[in-house]
Ligand binder design. Structure first.
Ligand SMILES: *[C@@H]1O[C@H](CO)[C@@H](O)[C@H](O)[C@H]1NC(C)=O
Ligand SMILES: *[C@@H]1O[C@H](CO)[C@@H](O)[C@H](O)[C@H]1NC(C)=O
Ligand SMILES: *[C@@H]1O[C@H](CO)[C@@H](O)[C@H](O)[C@H]1NC(C)=O
Length: 238
């Protein structure tokens, strides 16, 4: 019955090999999922945003990101109730500084736009680091492990800037979960942007979304300066 014994031994080896292969694949997956992700060059997503200082909520509002690195443009919407530090303090003559505010980026300039009041100005540009985030802005980031965000398991990474620590969370398949920022000089501050995952889209974005109105072509009375980055904000540079 020698042939049968060989067959049995061969089966043992095959199953051992398959077990080993499965283990190696799992190790491979684990390290792959710990690599800092690169953003797709175009995506849109809606979110819920909160700013806290200690236990005091400063703002809770809706918003959206329209990211189009492929065409060197992006739009960040901070909607009614916002306390965004790019929107605020620009010296615009506004009825409601906490109204809908869009940050519009093209390849050279960043504009603060209050569409409801048709008020807009150029806040900063390349010289101040106000440029479209690079898709690899998380390169060199530290893997934080998983966190369950609004019921979904998400992977997190952290990058350490001069003034703030940024954390980015996304699902295994790359859907954004949360962007969280803490300001180093303000340890009890929280700025969390939690994404509505079902709104995530990688479809091309219509040009009209990035339209810069003609009335934006003025400098802000108080342009944005990098030092004011010590307040809660979303990261604008890499
Ligand atoms: C950005 O927008 C401003 C205002 O519309 C315009 O003057 C400037 O040329 C634009 N930059 C690019 C690279 O399109
Ligand atoms: C902000 O996000 C961080 C990271 O996910 C989380 O630990 C923290 O609880 C969040 N804070 C609020 C107020 O949601
Ligand atoms: C969290 O989940 C609840 C219930 O499913 C949903 O209504 C809410 O919009 C979610 N929040 C975010 C930021 O996705």
């Amino acid at each position: 019955m020698a042939p049968l014994r060989i067959t049995y031994a061969a089966l043992c080896y095959i199953s051992l090999f398959m077990e080993l292969a499965t283990t190696l694949t799992q190790i491979g997956d684990l390290s792959r999922s710990e690599q800092p992700p690169t953003w797709p060059s175009t995506f849109s997503v809606n979110f819920h945003e909160e700013n806290w200082v200690w236990i005091i909520p400063l703002a809770r509002n809706a918003g959206a990101w329209h990211y189009d690195f492929a065409n060197k443009r992006m739009r960040y919407d901070h909607l009614q109730g916002q306390f965004d530090n790019f929107c605020h303090g620009r010296g615009l003559d506004l009825k409601d500084s906490r109204g809908d505010c869009h940050l519009l980026f093209n390849a050279t300039d960043m504009f603060v736009h209050y569409p409801g009041e048709q008020k807009c100005c150029r806040a900063c540009g390349v010289a101040e680091g106000c440029t479209v985030l690079k898709p690899n802005w998380l390169a060199g980031g530290t893997y934080l492990g998983t966190e369950t965000i609004n019921g979904t398991v998400c992977h997190g990474w952290e990058t350490d800037g001069a003034a703030a620590t940024d954390r980015w969370y996304q699902t295994e398949d790359g859907t954004p979960c949360r962007y969280a920022e803490t300001i180093k000089f303000w340890p009890h501050s929280t700025h969390n942007i939690t994404f509505h995952m079902s709104s995530y889209s990688r479809d091309p974005i219509p040009n009209s979304v990035f339209h810069v109105p003609a009335y934006c072509n003025v400098r802000c009375p108080s342009p944005w300066r990098p030092l004011s980055a010590l307040q809660p904000s979303i990261r604008v540079t890499t």
